[in-house]
Design a protein around this ligand. Structure first.
Ligand code: MN
Length: 299
């Protein structure tokens, strides 16, 4: 069977060592609460990505005319639980990832981000995390696992890297107390970003890190569910398309995005809306990162 690839690009003759961007599908969802189905996210996003225009109308260029993008085979789900899955992800990406390549993971549930960040920190010890998500994901344990999607940001924060969380609008009292005790996790709520000075404060705070290496993790529930309904735990009051692009622009302008993921897309039968928006966002992020790399190269 012909496997699906991102944007329907012609990958003929591209070796993984030569690719500037590696797309890594990770269809894993054993712990997703409320509604399952994010295991079908990567395939739906790759399928929908074929409808995304290759021309970036905002930046006025076509990134994959110049840069090579290769979609890898999926990392199969490990049903022993998210900690076993994390070990599989770590060992899979260790075999092929090179520091200069931009690894772009497509989930699956958000628990996949922990091994991705942990691995990237080995080559980029000063890594800063930008986290776009409606939820805090700061529980110490959930459904019998400390590595569940509901605990993933807590496990990552314990690695000791600076965290910028944009779009929060739903958390438990336990998570609120954790945030009060852990000021290294900087939070910009959806309300502050949409109705207040959140972007300004985010930009000011980021400036304390000169030219950082950045990992960008997007839970698609950061979007308003009116725009993107296909996710396991939709929350009202989410970000708009342009506010998410503004966040991406600020992040990319300020530092260098070294790795990214997009998680928690749950296809809705009969609709392609959510997966198309997710595919287009991945394209927009990659275009933004590659554009900066391209313009910087000539200086
Ligand atoms: Mn979430």
């Amino acid at each position: 069977m012909q496997s699906l690839n991102f944007l329907g690009l012609d990958e003929t003759g591209i070796l993984w060592e030569q690719a500037d961007v590696l797309i890594q599908p990770i269809p894993y969802d054993s712990t997703t609460s409320f509604q399952p189905g994010t295991r079908f996210g990567p395939e739906a996003i790759l399928q929908a990505s074929r409808q995304v225009e290759l021309w970036d109308e905002a930046l006025q260029w076509e990134p994959f005319q110049r840069y090579r993008c290769l979609t890898l085979n999926e990392i199969p789900p490990n049903h022993r639980g998210p900690d076993s899955m994390a070990a599989d992800i770590r060992s899979a990406i260790k075999t092929y990832r090179r520091p200069a390549q931009l690894l772009t993971a497509i989930g699956g549930e958000h628990s996949i981000t922990w091994p991705l960040v942990e691995s990237l920190r080995e080559s980029h010890p000063g890594l800063v995390l930008c986290w776009l998500d409606a939820h805090a994901d700061l529980r110490d344990e959930w459904e019998g696992s400390r590595f569940s999607h509901a605990c993933v940001l807590r496990r990552i924060a314990e690695l000791g890297l600076p965290v910028f969380h944009l779009g929060l609008r739903s958390l438990s009292r336990e998570e609120q107390e954790y945030l009060q005790d852990h000021r290294e996790i900087r939070v910009y709520t959806s309300e502050e970003l949409l109705l207040g000075q959140g972007f300004k404060r985010f930009q000011n705070d980021l400036e304390a890190w000169p030219d950082p290496d950045i990992y960008l993790s997007v839970d698609v529930d950061v979007f308003d569910p009116g725009l993107l309904p296909g996710t396991g735990t939709p929350e009202p009051g989410g970000l708009s398309w342009f506010s998410v692009l503004e966040a991406v622009r600020l992040i990319s302008n300020h530092g260098t995005i070294r790795g990214l993921d997009l998680c928690e897309l749950m296809p809705i039968p009969g609709s392609r809306q959510s997966e198309f928006i997710a595919a287009k966002l991945i394209f927009k992020i990659l275009s933004t990162v590659l554009y900066k790399k391209d313009k910087g190269a000539g200086r």
